[in-house]
Design a protein around this ligand. Structure first.
Ligand code: FAD
Length: 372
């Protein structure tokens, strides 16, 4: 019943969210120079002992673009006026004025250690999964370690021997237009191609929570760890501890608003993380435009009411996907997911397109899709 309802919604509103990023660019077609369209997603069950894989779910007609992070960042960054950036400063704290009309931010110049203060109308906390702005508001907030980490890397095949590439292309015949996920016993691997002769890969491994250092969930890997991975995978990696958290009750407080990973730390399994951050930014911008500076609270309330239900559902869905793909126990489910005996229901659940509220476009973004 729920699935049928989602399908009905999808039919009515199927849209291409890449239009949002295009609406921010001076030359919208540049998005396609830096990205590869992905029209297929495929989940494979892998039997590590017998060294065989078979398809347990495939979606055609998908509308993803894969991008190397730095390319997408550069594209958006280069369209913005340089004077709006203040590089090399670390956010420290904020306070709201007594009349609640302004917010004052303290930040440290990382070169000189000088502390500066900036007064504004609104503070947008877009400072990632370990958000310091979020911690200023919710000091007891804790992320949930998922029980696994991801070895990740980008493999540049313009400089690599063709035998490896031939092997990858043989194992993944649709690579270039397909996002592949191999699900084994207690582990899964994601592989896709990027523009400019690169493969993006991630290998999720169950392990105790590593010790984090600094403001990042990336872990410095020791030479022993690399050596072990090289023996197992022969590629150049880095390690990310994977976290999420239960949906926050609020993402706005007076003149402070959270967006992106700061608002909804999530696991990466639904390919929603950057997408959610981009849609947050678009919706927040349109709400501020609609209500104007004199009605800031109305704008923030509308932003929260549009985004929170969607991101909350997607974070919890992504959590469950991660638990399934890693063979972990799942509340309310009798046995962990085993790809070798996957039921039809499970095979459908893990398809990317079945992420809840996947392509529901809030009316506030209609102008972007109308003008595209
Ligand atoms: C294993 C893994 C795989 C992933 N794969 C994908 C994927 O395939 N596709 C996808 O869409 N997403 C993926 N993601 C997630 C994606 O990287 C994030 O969701 C996305 O970058 C969130 O954007 P953001 O702007 O909210 O935060 P971020 O990109 O983290 O940006 C936050 C910024 O705030 C800055 N900052 C933080 N604290 C301070 C401070 N105190 N002062 C000043 N600046 C500060 C940081 O330097 C950073 O520049 C993956 C993540 C992981 C861990």
């Amino acid at each position: 019943m729920a699935i049928a309802h989602q399908r009905r919604q999808r039919k009515q509103v199927r849209r291409d969210f890449t239009k949002i990023v295009q609406s921010w660019l001076h030359e919208p077609e540049l998005l396609y120079n830096n990205t590869l369209p992905v029209t297929i997603t495929e989940n494979l069950a892998t039997d590590g002992e017998k060294k065989i894989s078979w398809v347990i779910g495939r979606e055609e007609g998908a509308k993803y673009l894969t991008a190397y992070w730095a390319d997408l960042h550069g594209l958006i960054y280069n369209t913005l006026p340089p004077e709006i950036f203040l590089w090399g400063h670390q956010y420290l704290s904020f306070c709201i004025s007594e009349d609640k009309l302004t917010v004052k931010v303290r930040a440290k110049d990382l070169e000189t250690d000088e502390i500066i203060e900036i007064v504004g109308d609104l503070l947008v906390g877009a400072d990632g999964i370990l958000s310091s702005i979020g911690r200023s508001i919710l000091p007891d907030f804790k992320l949930r370690y998922t029980g696994y980490c991801a070895w990740r890397g980008v493999f540049n095949f313009s400089e690599n021997d063709s035998e490896t590439i031939l092997g990858i292309r043989k194992s993944y015949p649709d690579i270039g237009k397909c996002l592949y996920t191999n699900i084994g016993s207690g582990s899964h691997i994601v592989v896709t191609e990027l523009k400019k002769e690169k493969f993006n890969w991630g290998w999720y491994v169950n392990q105790p929570e590593p010790e984090l250092k600094g403001n990042t969930t990336s872990v410095k890997v020791s030479s022993d760890m690399i050596e072990e991975l090289h023996q197992r995978a022969e590629q150049d990696p880095f390690l990310n501890a994977i976290y999420d958290c239960d949906p926050l009750e609020k993402i706005i407080w007076d003149r402070v608003v959270l967006t992106g990973d700061a608002a909804h730390p999530t696991t990466p399994h639904s390919a929603r993380s950057t997408n959610m951050a981009i849609i947050d930014a678009a919706v927040l911008g349109k709400c501020l435009e609609k209500w104007g500076p004199d009605h800031l609270y109305s704008a923030l309330e509308e932003y929260e009411s549009i985004r929170k239900p969607v991101t909350s559902a997607q974070v919890l869905h992504s959590r469950r996907l991660g638990q399934m793909k890693q063979g972990l126990s799942i509340p309310g489910r009798e046995r962990p997911f085993d790809p070798k005996t996957a039921s039809l229901e499970d095979s459908v659940f893990i398809l990317n397109k079945n992420v809840p509220l996947f392509d529901v476009v809030p009316p506030i973004l209609d102008s972007i899709f109308r003008s595209a």
